[in-house]
Design a protein around this ligand. Structure first.
Ligand SMILES: [Zn+2]
Length: 193
């Protein structure tokens, strides 16, 4: 598999990199990404592809379940660097269909780290389950997962707004925050209100 990655890179150098030489050469001088993207680690989502964006556009943070925990040094550093130094104008939190993190909210896991991490999303599940009747058909189960995946994005936006650097940037109208949802079945990316 690793050889495939390296031969894939040779192909990339000989095609896309060569054809967009000017752009890649410009990128060696620095980055000015307009968007900070917080997404799930899921391998089925290639963010640049699904948004048709070029290198240099999306400043990325990915983790399991596109979470914004209240105390996360890695994310806090990304927020500080992205907002203060790179001056991103938009922050996107993107959830997706068939998310393993959301499915795992219904399971009793004995992993060392996963259950703790998933606590960041448990409120989304509780909110939806309090609102809908217990699902019984596969279609209802799927719809419930979808609702929790989307509620989780709203919940993580709430968490995001507790970071002082985000609060200040919002107050001074330097950034906008957007919730999004990617559907693996259709390839469609949509806004979450
Ligand atoms: Zn996911």
């Amino acid at each position: 598999m690793i050889d495939e990655l390296l031969s894939g890179n040779v192909k990339f150098q000989n095609t896309i990199f060569k054809q967009n030489h000017e752009r890649y050469s410009e990128l060696t001088k620095g980055q000015q990404p307009p968007v900070l993207w917080i997404g799930c680690s899921d391998s089925r989502i290639q963010t640049g592809h699904i948004t048709n964006t070029q290198a240099g556009t999306l400043f990325m943070h990915r983790n399991i379940g596109n979470m914004v925990p209240a105390n996360d040094w890695s994310l806090a550093t990304v927020l500080e660097y992205g907002i203060k130094h790179l001056k991103v104008q938009h922050i996107v939190i993107c959830g997706h269909s068939d998310c393993g993190a959301i499915k795992a909210l219904d399971k009793d896991l004995d992993d060392a780290h996963v259950p703790n991490w998933l606590n960041n999303a448990i409120e989304a599940k509780l909110r939806i389950d309090a609102k809908i009747k217990k699902p019984s058909t596969p279609k209802e189960h799927k719809e419930r997962s979808r609702m929790i995946e989307q509620e989780n994005v709203r919940l993580q936006i709430e968490h995001l707004k507790t970071y002082p650097i985000v609060k200040n940037a919002l107050k001074e109208k330097r950034i906008d925050i957007h919730g999004m949802y990617y559907d693996l079945e259709t390839g469609a990316l949509s806004k979450i209100e």
